[in-house]
Write a new protein. Structure first.
Lengths: 233, 233
DNA sequence: AAATTGTACTTTGTATACAAATGATTGTAC
DNA sequence: GTACAATCATTTGTATACAAAGTACAATTT
């Protein structure tokens, strides 16, 4: 069911942005698989536009690192390797720590209240056992912290880096054994920020990433084994 | 040098990349001023290409944050404000610290040797009092550290963030009063990395950025005053 | 049978054409 | 003189055309 051509977004956006969002989503959700070629005419026909907006969208995907360009051959979906994900997580560990530290300094009373609610909300979401609901609550929690830093560039970078792991976060969230410690970690981060304890907030944020890393790496190795298995057949 | 098949690089790059590099450099050096409109036909005529490569280059500049798009009006060079530079430096402080910490773990003996030489080279460069020479030596020193992390994503991010300050680094480098402390900071960073003292290396890297920040902010305020003065006339 | 050349086909790179929207200017009414 | 409307020029957004490079595969040669 190749429905990555659903372009039913805002009609006012330039086509290139619609295409960009569509392709990005398709890549991040795995509908377009690593190594798959992005052929312009093919995509143009499928999406019902001309090559121009396709090309402009690909230029942006290229800079985001989601596709790689091969000269005179076109674009293909970038391979996600264990190394590349470790690299992303290494950077995120530092930036997430920075986020909570800055949040300690700059969070407003309203945002504190929002964060408290998001924390409760997350705990309640785990009870639904619905991965989509839980993932949304998790994003909401972290978003408040990131926004509280008031640093536009940091917000943009974190969003971009998070995207790279979109596919794997879902698997991580589904692991019910981890739910309790996730809730606990969120609680500690919330308390540390409200208590202006940068040291503890940063340490917990790093721990949070470390746990994700373990889970994601396991997931990747699994996928690679499966891929190798398919090849052997 | 056996360069009998050097195709002067520019010939082999797609025009969009030539245009991208050209425009980026023009923006970073201030040749294209903040707020200035980037009109496609105009640029196309100036650079002797058609609109297509211009547009694709602009899409990449857009994602890099160097230009902003106004719907149905086109691109203009992004304003650099004191706030936006502070944001960039805040992130760099964290990432530069991460760099030296990772370098402590991963630097090879060859890179240590390179770093030692780059350190001496920088000290010698300051004696020339030629800002271009000093800037190049400074870049070389930091590049070795960044490369030593072995983290592709981190390398890419640091390069991008450094670019934003291209214009101001020059002014910073020119201040001869700061040369001695720059040399000293480089020496401490070198020694800490070789001695595997992450704590000290990171602290010095942060200090290094703090000093740059002060200098750059002063520079920006100066420019803004000048701009305001021109307006008043 | 292996290697190489030649050819047809595919795909990208670039230019140009046309449509839609915006902004400026001119003209008219008050 | 000012306000408003119509028109025109400019500029972007999108589509298409054409050239050049790359790829695959068959035919020919060794």
């Amino acid at each position: 069911m190749d429905d990555y051509l659903d372009m039913t977004m805002d009609e006012v956006l330039p086509l290139r942005d619609v295409v960009f969002n569509t392709l990005r989503k398709a890549i991040l959700t795995g509908e377009l698989k690593p190594g798959e070629r992005l052929m312009e005419i093919h995509l143009a026909n499928r999406l019902g536009v001309s090559r121009t907006p396709i090309r402009e969208a690909i230029r942006k995907l290229e800079l985001e690192g989601l596709v790689i360009m091969i000269p005179r051959r076109g674009a293909e979906v970038a391979q996600i390797t264990e190394k590349s994900l470790k690299d992303v997580l290494e950077v995120r560990r530092a930036l997430d720590a920075l986020c909570v530290e800055l949040a300690c300094d700059r969070i407003t009373p309203e945002e504190e209240e929002q964060l408290r609610r998001a924390c409760d909300e997350f705990a309640r979401a785990t009870e639904t056992r619905d991965a989509t609901v839980i993932a949304r609550a998790d994003v909401a929690f972290h978003d408040i912290i990131v926004q509280a830093t008031g640093n536009r560039r940091l917000i943009q970078l974190i969003n971009n880096l998070s995207e790279q792991m979109y596919r794997y976060r879902f698997e991580y969230i589904k692991d019910e054994n981890r739910h309790d410690s996730l809730i606990e970690e969120h609680r500690i981060i919330y308390e540390s920020i409200v208590g202006r304890d940068k040291e503890r907030a940063a340490a917990t944020a790093r721990l949070h990433i470390d746990n994700q890393e373990r889970s994601i790496i396991r997931q990747i190795r699994l996928e690679q084994e499966q891929a190798a298995g398919r090849k052997r057949q």
